[in-house]
Design a protein around this ligand. Structure first.
Ligand SMILES: Nc1ncnc2c1ncn2[C@@H]1O[C@H](COP(=O)(O)OP(=O)(O)O)[C@@H](O)[C@H]1O
Ligand SMILES: [Mg+2]
Length: 165
């Protein structure tokens, strides 16, 4: 009887923790819209060329935290290949994250002239891809990257270095 009582009280405690979590989740600020509002839908195919512009751009990971990227201004023209170098913690990955709107963006990022702040999260994220640098650690990732590589290569190029032109 005593054992049963102990077990019941532990179980009650567990269930109450679940309730507490659900209540906390209901207080979270909802994510921005997944789909683009009708008035902001890009006309025709978007993105069509791939021009990326950062206009006086700042990034924070917390609404009240420090700016991780400050006043970034640059344009990447269509088909231009760009390497970003910097020591660990310089903000290279943050530049990519800001294009997916994963943290708090200030200023503007335009892709083919469209401000990505006005694009729904699903619409935006489904148009950008990352080829990860860690090829061999996760078998699935390696396979995906290999298939991507083969598709590009088989489509146009007989030599792997022609893929880049
Ligand atoms: N998810 C995160 N939350 C809070 N701070 C972060 C997060 N990711 C990165 N940072 C901070 O942002 C800065 C830039 O990091 P990161 O973009 O990862 O640099 P890099 O890719 O150049 O090594 C670092 O100071 C790092 O601590
Ligand atoms: Mg990084």
């Amino acid at each position: 009887m005593c054992q049963w009582g102990m077990r019941q009280s532990a179980e009650l405690e567990n269930h109450m923790t679940s309730v507490e979590r659900v209540l906390e989740y209901t207080n979270l600020e909802p994510e921005p819209a997944m789909e683009t509002a009708e008035e902001f839908k890009p006309k025709g195919v978007w993105p069509s060329e791939g021009r990326i512009e950062f206009v006086n751009f700042n990034l924070r990971y917390k609404p009240t935290g420090d700016c991780i990227l400050r006043n970034l201004k640059f344009t990447i023209e269509p088909k231009q290949k760009v390497g970003i170098v910097g020591r660990t913690g310089a903000g290279k990955s943050s530049i990519i994250q800001s294009m997916f709107r994963l943290a708090y963006n200030e200023g503007m990022i335009r892709i083919d002239g469209v401000d990505i702040a006005n694009i729904g999260l699903y619409d935006l994220r489904s148009k950008i891809s990352i080829i990860p640098k860690i090829l061999c650690y996760f078998r699935e990732l390696y396979v995906t990257t290999w298939i991507l590589y083969k598709n590009i290569r088989m489509k146009k190029c007989s030599k792997h270095w022609q893929m880049w032109s």
